[in-house]
Ligand binder design. Structure first.
Ligand SMILES: NC(=O)c1ccc[n+]([C@@H]2O[C@H](COP(=O)([O-])OP(=O)(O)OC[C@H]3O[C@@H](n4cnc5c(N)ncnc54)[C@H](O)[C@@H]3O)[C@@H](O)[C@H]2O)c1
Length: 395
């Protein structure tokens, strides 16, 4: 029997549900469906239960503070909660941290995924036929496993005559520049992406070797509410509001394909419930932007929503700046920095009918507004060790 998605008693075990994307998935499941959720999270610096405040009292929500490397605890959780689906998001996720200290990344992303797969497989093997045939293990991964793509600047250098590409304003012509598809070869560049690539391989091997029912999604960069302030977008918003420098790696021309986190959460739940077992789906926002463009857009929105003249912190600092863009500083590039990521998301669109609802313009405005409205959340999640210091730059 296949998974019956109309069965409102379905229970979904989510790992990493206190993180940025995991918490968006949990909020979506509790607010917009009738399913139950078990959130398994170790609560590292990146996990914050405050991101789940609005759903944590719901009777369909349960929390287990457990490390996915702990086989004994995972075994207990599977037997106690009897999930129908696993959505695996728990990971060490910050590239700069992986450069400074790769060990945690190998531990959680590879050993943790292996441990979870083995405990899930043992549980699945013991299920009754009906429940067993509907069970699914959805592994959430990144487009960074594919390495990077040719950047328009390189293409310009190589084909000076091509008027369609030779454009100083960097108009990206997708028909000329390749995108990542589900069959692009893996070529990870950083300890983070290598560890995620390793975990993807384990998941697919478990499908092939044991017939264990898995699905994999590889997604582009996410942005939106509840993003820990070490990543580019929240870091720029908060540094700007506090009159701190806005660091731009290298020339700032690295291209990322941005997806609003709530669009990602909807896609993940769709794949977990209705994707074809054994398949991979690429997810992206059709929003290729250079980092410098992203920083400029944030500054312009802040100039409008929180003008410098009314910003008391900046006034007190007596900074001689006219607008937020004046805070930009160019810093040495990250070692091994990928130049361009861009996703071909046509498979999920065709097969499951998913499309992002937000454009980058609408999503970034919502995001800036959210950070303006939620300074307390930012303060609380930063009370730990991280204070927006520069990471990944020891080399
Ligand atoms: N953020 C992005 O742009 C992006 C894009 C594509 C894919 N992804 C993938 O999506 C997933 C979630 O990313 P995110 O940005 O929400 O990450 P995040 O760093 O915000 O959250 C990770 C969560 O996992 C938990 N965790 C870490 N180690 C754990 C362990 N050993 N056991 C249990 N829990 C543990 C943390 O406490 C945290 O709540 C990751 O697998 C990441 O590789 C992220």
């Amino acid at each position: 029997m296949e998974l019956n998605i109309k069965n409102s008693t379905l229970k979904i075990l989510i790992t990493g549900g206190a993180g940025f994307i995991g918490s968006a998935v949990v909020r979506h499941l509790i607010n917009d469906t009738e399913y139950s959720v078990v959130n398994v999270d170790k609560l590292t610096y990146a996990g914050n239960l405050e991101s789940l405040k609005e759903v944590s009292q719901n009777e369909r929500y349960a929390f287990e503070q457990v490390d996915i490397c702990d086989a004994v605890e995972l075994n207990r959780i599977f037997n106690q909660h009897q999930p129908d689906i696993v959505m695996h998001l728990a990971a060490e996720s910050h590239v700069d941290r992986s450069i400074d200290g790769p060990s945690e990344f190998i531990q959680t992303n590879i050993v943790g995924t292996f441990t979870l797969l083995e405990q899930a497989r043992a549980y699945w093997n013991g299920l009754e036929a009906d429940k067993k045939s509907g069970f699914r293990f959805h592994h959430i991964s990144t487009d960074e496993v594919y390495g990077d793509l040719p950047h328009p600047d390189d293409v310009i250098a190589r084909s000076d005559n091509d008027a369609a590409i030779h454009n100083s304003e960097l108009k990206i012509n997708n028909s000329k520049l390749p995108l990542f598809t589900e069959t692009t070869a893996y070529a990870p560049s950083s300890p983070y992406s290598a560890s995620k690539a390793g975990s993807d391989h384990l998941v697919r091997a478990w499908q092939r070797t044991y017939g264990f029912p898995t699905l994999v999604t590889n997604c582009s960069n996410n942005y939106g509410p509840y993003h820990f302030p070490e990543k580019l977008i929240p870091l720029v918003i908060l540094n700007a509001l506090e009159g701190k420098p806005l660091p731009i790696y290298g020339k700032g021309n690295q291209i990322r394909d941005w997806l609003y986190v709530e669009d990602h959460a909807r896609a993940l739940v769709l794949v977990a419930l209705q994707g074809e077992v054994g398949q991979t789906y690429n997810l992206g926002g059709h929003n290729e932007k250079q980092n410098i463009e992203v920083v400029n857009m944030i500054c312009e929105i802040l100039d409008e929503l929180a003008p410098i003249e009314k910003n008391a912190t900046i006034k007190n600092l007596k900074l001689n700046i006219k607008n937020y863009k004046d805070l930009k500083v160019f810093v040495k590039d990250r070692p091994g920095h990928d130049m361009r990521y861009a996703i071909d998301a046509s498979k999920i669109q065709k097969e499951l009918g998913w499309m992002p609802l937000e454009t980058f313009e609408s999503g970034i405005r919502k995001t800036v507004q959210w950070y303006l409205n939620n300074r307390a959340w930012c303060k609380h999640v930063q009370d730990g060790s991280y204070q927006r210091e520069r990471l990944g730059s020891k080399l």
